[in-house]
Ligand binder design. Structure first.
Ligand code: BTN
Length: 274
């Protein structure tokens, strides 16, 4: 039986003394719990993982299906010296970390649907929820909770999401969740330390984000509040915003904010990588 264990994860990560990993059988939401710990002064490297969430949350007020023992539901803490506008990079970095870790541990190819979803063969397998709590200056975040949910072994997707969501595996092939969690943490905090926490100009994870994008080159429908428009996604900016071309030829950078994008061809955001 594949049981998530802090001990096993700590045996696998590169820098075990950096982490404080708490594993629960059940919690409402690992992100809610992590934010409570952060408000009480928890340091970077604090990680909350649950085998099941009773109130898993996604972006835009959606819920995240989190049944027992078949997924990864985890949240971890960063306290970066960046502006709130730059916080979108944390979401992008988490998405790259998920794709890279899945490739390293399972060999399975995945791609990123801007800005925070990870897809396998045209269906979502992972979602990322980053939540910032602002400092007193109202400009920079006091801390950011990075919440990652991955469908690892779900054989039965609820009917409502079966068309759009899938799982890395449909059965439990072997114990991989501890290794996958360790790899995600190593990759995320590795890039974070070298490229975000130190405000370096070198941003190789943005290149990775561009490589994994399954949206670039696609015709999309952009939904922003009550308005929606059609566009072509033509690239990803240095700040991980999405560059689109409108029907009249104008180009526009979209920041993650409250935007949803959908494929125009109705085929989903698939990709052709092996
Ligand atoms: C999305 O699909 O919009 C984001 C989903 C994020 C789900 C993860 S699971 C761990 C963490 N705790 C939560 O309540 N949400 C995130």
């Amino acid at each position: 039986m594949d049981i998530i264990s802090a001990e096993k994860i700590l045996k696998t990560v590169k820098n075990p003394s950096f982490y404080n990993i708490k594993v629960f059988d059940e919690t409402v939401s690992t992100s809610t719990l992590l934010k409570e710990l952060a408000k009480n002064g928890a340091p970077e490297g604090t990680v909350v993982i649950a085998e099941r969430q009773t109130g898993g949350r996604g972006r835009l007020g959606r819920s995240f299906f989190s049944p027992f023992g078949t997924g990864i539901y985890m949240s971890f803490l960063v306290r970066p010296q960046i502006t709130l506008a730059d916080s979108a990079k944390i979401t992008a970095l988490a998405a790259v970390s998920v794709c890279e870790a899945i490739k390293d541990v399972t060999g399975i190819a995945t791609g990123i649907k801007w800005v925070n979803d990870v897809y396998k063969a045209g269906k979502k397998i992972s979602g990322i929820l980053t939540e910032a709590v602002l400092s007193d200056d109202n400009i920079s975040p006091k801390f950011i909770s990075v919440g990652i949910g991955i469908n690892v072994y779900q054989s039965d997707m609820p009917k409502e999401i079966a068309d759009i969501a899938t799982s890395l595996f449909t059965e439990n092939p072997k114990e991989i969740r501890n290794e996958l969690i360790a790899r995600i943490l190593d990759i995320f905090y590795g890039y974070y330390t070298s490229e975000i926490a130190v405000s370096s100009e070198k941003k190789s994870f943005v290149e990775k984000y561009r490589e994994y994008s399954v949206v670039t080159g696609k015709q999309i429908k952009v939904i922003r509040g009550f308005e929606s428009f059609e566009a072509t996604a033509i690239g990803i900016g240095e700040d991980c915003s999405l560059l689109v071309r409108l029907a009249n030829g104008d180009t526009l950078y979209l920041s993650s904010g409250e935007i949803t994008i959908r494929p125009l061809d109705g085929k989903g955001f698939g990709f052709e990588k092996n």
